[in-house]
Design a protein around this ligand. Sequence first.
Ligand code: C5P
Length: 395
Amino acid sequence: MARILIVISGGIAAYKVLDLIRRLRERGHETPVILTEAATRFVTPLAVGALSNAPVLTDLFDLDREREIGHIRLARAADLVLVAPASADILSRMAAGRADDLATAALLATGAPVLAAPAMNPFMWAHPATRRNAAQLAADGVHFVGPEAGEMAERGEAGVGRLASSEALLAAVDTLLAPAAPGPLTGRHVIVTSGPTHEPIDPVRYIANRSSGKQGHAIAAALAAAGARVTLVSGPVTIPPPKGVDLVAVESARDMLAAVTAALPADAAVMAAAVADFRVDAAPQKMKKTGTAPVLTLTENPDILATVAKRAERPALVVGFAAETQNVIAYARDKLARKGCDWIVANDVSEGVFGAGENTVHLVTADSVEDWPRLSKEEVGTRLVARIADALKAR
Ligand code: C5P
């Protein structure tokens, strides 16, 4: 059982951390808490204390308690420090190495792994300043979980910025408390896209495809098993995220693109998602039957793979997928050139691989084609990851 120091910063998602504290306590962990001053406006020290059954410190603590508990001692004794929700403000102060309140002083003093769970308005998360701070913190060794895409507290606003779910937070805590043995991809960051996208037609309907996410998730699992830090950006699927990956759950292609670019920089990107090529100009209200069927106007979605492959911050290795029903290799070659990626994993879907456990693929590079035998999707993941490890070592 571990001692997890929880830093709650100011944000509407602060109340969600109460449930997390309860669940961490159920698992036998000790959960001392530091509340920033802003956090005390969203949750009270009393409520937090009742759930955590451990010291709750705020900037308003009295000196006697400081002598008794000592925030430096608390920081040093922690096995893990979890910042949840991590506001744009605390990320900025952490990135700058400030220590002007209890929370940042403890974060600077700790030698334990730090896990940040950002939650903020999508525009704040997407702002270059926040991107810079998150990249700096990641370079300093801070781990991230989320944020996820979805509806925001502000009415009608959606995008990437929601606090990761309690399940994702617990999984990330588990991973950090039981670090994996070093593997060939230890120290590398890989982004994986997986699953379908859902393109809304109106608030209740959407266009989707039959992708199950099995292949992308299997690749993410194999990458994590090889020691990589994995950001899995997944459309709506029914399978659980593999252990040890940072899941960003998204719905539409545009959400997926935002989540992928927010996760950069990375050493490699594996784009296994079946991204919808078109989106609908969605109606703001549920469409009604009027006697004449409405016409859906389609707009082309951004190509996430091509966008990532052409960015200045391009990962050293960019891998795309191609699902074709004919001329598999020729189309893959063409796709390689058109999208600017390094490899294409091509498969013939004429015999149905969607939702199946097995896959027959060809690994197409600029100068070679490898035909792999029919393999389980897990085995395809393991083989691909071995190739990725070799390629990154060589670069
Ligand atoms: O062009 P096509 O959709 O066949 O290309 C498939 C590859 O491109 C996959 O790797 C898929 O994840 C990626 N893709 C993408 N964004 C799109 C369409 C496809 O990243 N809008």
